[in-house]
Ligand binder design. Structure first.
Ligand SMILES: Nc1nc2c(ncn2[C@@H]2O[C@H](COP(=O)(O)OP(=O)(O)O)[C@@H](O)[C@H]2O)c(=O)[nH]1
Ligand SMILES: [Mg+2]
Length: 293
């Protein structure tokens, strides 16, 4: 029997072996894989749609991708420092230029405030608009209106979307710090949007952000991400509640002013990006082959 002063030491926060392997220290290969990515047919473009609550880190992820690909801090997507207000109003396609070449990577990112956060003043995008975006009917410049859906007469309504206009992978972007205790409204919205996507056979994945705030060991060293017990628990709980399988849940620490990024964080961004691209690639090729948009 232990004396009153002895208490069991807390369990170690890290597992001895990571449960997901990342090739840390080899940013070059991670970068090369992204550079080498090409859809089956030339001219095809893989469209990734990010959706998630205001402040989840969607714009920051777009900036992070741009920064890693350009190897310098970039901010093509405006990042809000007041997370209650969404800057993301107009539907915008973000393209990434291949360095030193006059071409773009064959993938693009869009983001939309698909979810309402209970603490936020902003409203959720009309679920019919999400479906229209998935099908490629929404053109750049459209401002989502929670009160009314996109009208077929609107100048931003695309009546005949091509394979490239459609969304090929839907990414739910969630702050890792709220992922294991999500607001019912947010969770229900994720599930609603996933249903729409499933109807259209659009693959779905999730991206957890702000992992630096989730666990001090990750904050100290990003390489600890897949050893962190807290991270594993968070992902498992999120996966169970959202219905997105564990092997479709990825994570990043975004480029933000307050954080010193390093090549490990870059490797994680590139690896998660590549997993997202891979998740959408088969669907892109399939709808192109079937010619049914
Ligand atoms: N610490 C940390 N902060 C982040 C991360 N990603 C985003 N943020 C911050 O979260 C806030 C909201 O991010 P933003 O990209 O505008 O979210 P959005 O509304 O989903 O586009 C900003 O202050 C970001 O700097 C991250 O990985 N770590
Ligand atoms: Mg934003």
């Amino acid at each position: 029997m232990g004396s009153w002063w002895s208490s069991t030491p807390p369990p170690p926060p890290l597992l001895s072996e990571p449960w997901r392997k990342i090739n840390w220290g080899d940013k070059q290969s991670a970068m090369q894989r992204v550079k080498d990515y090409n859809p089956q047919t030339e001219g095809l473009q893989l469209r990734i749609l990010l959706h998630g609550p205001v402040g989840a880190g969607k714009s920051s992820f777009i900036n992070s991708v741009q920064s890693v690909l350009q190897d310098r801090m970039c901010s093509p997507a405006l990042v809000a420092n007041d997370s209650h207000y969404s800057f993301t109003k107009k539907y915008t396609t973000y393209k990434f230029e291949k360095e030193g070449q006059d071409t773009f990577y064959p993938f693009v990112l869009n983001d939309m405030m698909g979810l309402k956060d209970s603490s936020s003043r902003s409203k959720r995008v009309h679920v019919k608009d999400v479906k229209r975006a998935l099908k490629g009917h929404v053109q750049d410049g459209y401002t989502f209106n929670p009160e009314s859906k996109l009208s077929k007469d609107d100048q931003h309504y695309n009546p005949s979307p091509s394979a490239n206009d459609r969304v090929h992978v839907l990414v739910s972007v969630i702050d890792a710090n709220t992922a294991s205790r999500m607001d019912d409204k947010v969770l229900n919205a994720i599930i609603d949007i996933r249903e729409e996507a499933s109807d259209l056979e659009v693959p779905q994945v999730a991206l957890l952000t702000k992992i630096d705030k989730l666990c001090p060991e990750i904050n100290k060293d990003v390489r600890n991400i897949y050893k962190s017990k807290k991270m594993k628990e968070t992902m498992e709980k999120f996966s169970k509640e959202s219905g997105i399988p564990m092997n479709c849940v990825f994570a990043v620490q975004n480029y933000c002013e307050e954080i010193d990024l390093n090549s490990d964080a870059d490797v994680l961004i590139l690896s998660s990006l590549m997993s997202i691209v891979n998740a959408g690639n088969d669907f892109l090729n399939k709808i192109n082959a079937s010619n049914v948009y």
